[in-house]
Design a protein around this ligand. Structure first.
Ligand SMILES: Cc1cc2nc3c(=O)[nH]c(=O)nc-3n(C[C@H](O)[C@H](O)[C@H](O)COP(=O)(O)OP(=O)(O)OC[C@H]3O[C@@H](n4cnc5c(N)ncnc54)[C@H](O)[C@@H]3O)c2cc1C
Ligand code: SF4
Length: 328
């Protein structure tokens, strides 16, 4: 049994002070961290519970939306402004976990949740460079059906599990981080690091910092947007592949488009190449397939997930075709 001190800071500054101390971890809803503590993957000596800090969801002066890091996933999905202006975000959140978990889970915790790679959570003998740097990676030759085909390395092929993060990547979300120097802002697409030879370093968050809020800019594609998740079970399962997309068509051509993938990379994967292929083109099935090909040109499927590139292509094409609707 490891003794753990529990504190509930009243302000973000107080949380900042607490999280700067050795062995400290921030606690949101606890739906991931507490699991990992039970498994012995995480062994904090201090938990700073930030779930009582800002959970406000409010419009910004620039016409976007600010979401407090302590906002519960279910509150974000149900919020009228999210449902009206960012439907893909509501749909992505509702595609994840269960109602009970979404009621507990916070926005900050969702983005910071750890990978679901089986070997990462198995402290009984599995080799895992992310959990124990330099020990090896049992997923490379093991069960890797859920693992990455984009952005991985020879040291780690784990995917980031968040559904919400995929929609946020497509929506150009900005993460507001509190550090001792004040607030700094990191685009969500750059927040999660690719593993390289340091898979234990997962995000742009430095030790002693915390996420205080997420800002969504106004978006010309968000109102006509969707999220589709393909998984082994209809509910309560992580994505094999997911696609978040928003599309604006004018005069028969793609005026603006945002696409991101989940379940295929160590970060919510923004499909910048695919978007570039589509801009200015008629929104045809052929164009969507060509765009998917462009995005997947560096894909490296593994022994257990050679189906993923085709699944990405088909899912992306289906989502964009649905969004294009009568404009085709
Ligand atoms: C059975 C099950 C099924 C699930 N299925 C899905 C799914 O399909 N899709 C999906 O997306 N998710 C799924 N999840 C994951 C779930 O969404 C996450 O566990 C949850 O979002 C984490 O949020 P939390 O607030 O509980 O985080 P916590 O467990 O409290 O914390 C997670 C991490 O975030 C850090 N943290 C928390 N708040 C902050 C902050 N403000 N700043 C910096 N760091 C912070 C913590 O220190 C910790 O490292 C599932 C979880 C379970 C248990
Ligand atoms: S894929 Fe990453 S998380 Fe999974 S065992 Fe390998 S190093 Fe660990």
């Amino acid at each position: 049994m490891n003794p753990v001190e529990y504190r509930r800071p009243a302000t973000a500054d107080e949380a900042l002070t607490l999280t700067g101390s050795a062995g400290a971890r921030l606690l949101g809803g606890g739906t991931n961290l507490v699991d990992l503590m039970r498994k012995g993957v995480e062994r904090p000596s201090l938990l700073a519970d930030v779930s009582g800090l800002s959970s406000l969801i409010e419009p910004t002066e620039g016409g976007g939306l600010m979401i407090g890091a302590a906002a519960r996933n279910s509150a974000v999905a149900a919020h009228p402004l999210v449902r009206a202006h960012y439907p893909m975000l509501a749909r992505a959140i509702l595609a994840g976990a269960s109602a009970q978990i979404r009621n507990m889970a916070t926005v900050g915790g969702n983005l910071m949740q750890r990978t679901r790679c089986l070997y990462f959570a198995d402290t009984a003998g599995s080799r895992c460079n992310k959990r124990s740097p330099g020990s090896g990676c049992d997923a490379l030759e093991g069960f890797n059906r859920y693992h990455a085909i984009l952005g991985a390395s020879g040291d780690c092929i784990a995917v980031h599990p968040s559904d919400m993060g995929v929609a946020l990547a497509a929506l150009d979300a900005q993460i507001r981080i509190l550090s001792t120097g004040g607030i700094r802002v990191v685009p969500l697409t750059e927040f999660h690091r690719l593993p390289g030879d340091r898979p234990d370093l997962e995000t742009a968050l430095e030790p002693g910092e915390l996420i205080v809020s997420i800002e969504l800019p106004p978006s010309s594609v968000a109102a006509r947007s969707a999220y589709r998740k393909v998984r082994d079970r209809a509910s309560y399962a992580f994505a094999l592949v997911s696609v978040a997309a928003g599309l604006a068509v004018r005069d028969g051509r793609v005026e603006d488009v945002r696409i991101a993938f989940g379940g295929v990379a160590p970060r919510p994967w923004r499909a910048f190449r695919a978007e570039a292929v589509l801009l200015g083109r008629p929104p045809t099935t052929e164009a969507f397939e060509e765009a998917a090909e462009a995005e997947l040109q560096d894909a490296t499927p593994l022994s257990g997930n050679s189906f993923k590139p085709n699944l990405v292509r088909r899912t992306m094409t289906a989502v964009l075709s649905e969004l294009a609707g009568d404009d085709r």
